[in-house]
Design a binder for this molecule. Structure first.
Ligand code: ATR
Length: 308
């Protein structure tokens, strides 16, 4: 791993961070600090190990210290919703918050992201956004080169990430969405919610008999060495899928992706999703287009080392 030049931090450097638990594996600081440097901002982005029982205190602390913003990862995305002063449409629609923007009143009394204005020291409010959902669709389009609209999709996992993916893909107009989860009741509850909100999408429980354009792993299986595959090979052959996406990006080649590739699928790991949600967050804080290439380079170097 290369050592990045030390950024100079001064009394005027403004702060942001990702809160999660576990968090020490996070590639977000490398990615965001590269983006921040590329934009020439005097900001610093860290990673904080925050347990769910102190999430509210941690968010209030960030507000009290007048941070620019915060990202939230496992297990905070649902828990944070009631702590926000305002929810953006994205957070309301997908029911989860992964990006918090601290807002203040500018010279004209308009509420604006603190990162985009001179800090006058007045009260701050917390607005919650969801940048994950759009990142899923963008990653499928750009990294798998496939159009989700009308596609048959097999979704593995109905936890937080699986639910966001299911809702966003249904909103994108997929043709069929098949749900598989270790705990069937969660998949059933998600199926009911999808049927109510997106009556045009065919929702199936369990494995489809037909081919699918996309099989998407939204479970945590693959993160740990020795994890079983998220798909039951006796019930669904990966040869029946055209493409496979794994939200896991560490390791970069999960057993699921290896098996899918061996079965002839076009594959991509979750690095793109991480990149696109992070780029969207930086745009919300800064009000400027994110330097996606610089962020991607830093991310690849952080995750894959010099091999990238
Ligand atoms: P996230 O926010 O990352 O989605 P989560 O809500 O805890 O985290 O969801 C984890 C997903 O991985 C769930 O679909 C979970 O299945 P359950 O709903 O049955 O818990 C799935 N998962 C985790 N460990 C698993 C395992 N050993 N076998 C199968 N599925 C597993």
């Amino acid at each position: 791993m290369s050592v990045a030049p030390t950024k100079s931090i001064s009394a005027s450097t403004r702060l942001g961070a990702v809160f999660g638990r576990p968090i020490r594996h996070s590639a977000s600081p490398a990615m965001q600090n590269a983006g921040i440097a590329s934009l020439g901002l005097d900001w610093m982005y860290a990673a904080c190990d925050v347990s769910p029982d102190v999430l509210k205190v941690a968010l209030e602390g960030a507000r009290a210290m007048r941070w620019i913003g915060v990202n939230l990862t496992v297990p905070h995305k649902l828990l944070a919703v009631p702590f926000m002063d305002l929810l953006d449409d994205s957070a309301q629609r997908w029911g989860a918050v992964n990006t918090v923007v601290f807002e203040a009143e500018d010279d004209e009394g308009l509420w604006r992201p603190l990162g985009q204005i001179r800090d006058l020291g007045g009260p701050l409010r917390m607005r919650g956004y969801n940048t994950d959902a759009d990142a899923i669709v963008r990653a499928i389009r750009e990294d798998l080169a496939i159009e989700p609209r009308g596609a048959r999709v097999l979704l593995l996992g109905a936890g937080g990430a699986g639910r966001t993916a299911a809702l966003r893909l249904a909103d994108e107009g997929v043709g069929e969405l098949w749900l598989v989860n270790r705990t069937p009741s969660k998949a059933e509850a998600l199926a009911r919610e999808l049927e109510e909100r997106f009556p045009a999408v065919h929702i199936g429980l369990g494995y489809p008999a037909s081919d699918v354009e996309i099989v998407l792993n939204a479970t945590s299986l693959g993160l740990k060495p020795g994890d079983p595959l998220p798909v039951d090979a006796s019930q669904f052959s990966l040869g029946k899928a055209f493409t496979a996406y794994d939200m896991v990006y560490r390791p970069s080649q999960t057993p699921f992706l290896q098996a899918a590739q061996a079965a002839g699928c076009r594959v991509a790991n979750g690095l793109g999703m991480l990149l696109y949600q992070g780029a969207a967050a930086l745009e919300l804080w800064s009000g400027r287009p994110a330097p996606v290439e610089a962020m991607k380079t830093a991310l690849i170097q952080e995750v894959y080392g010099q091999r990238a």
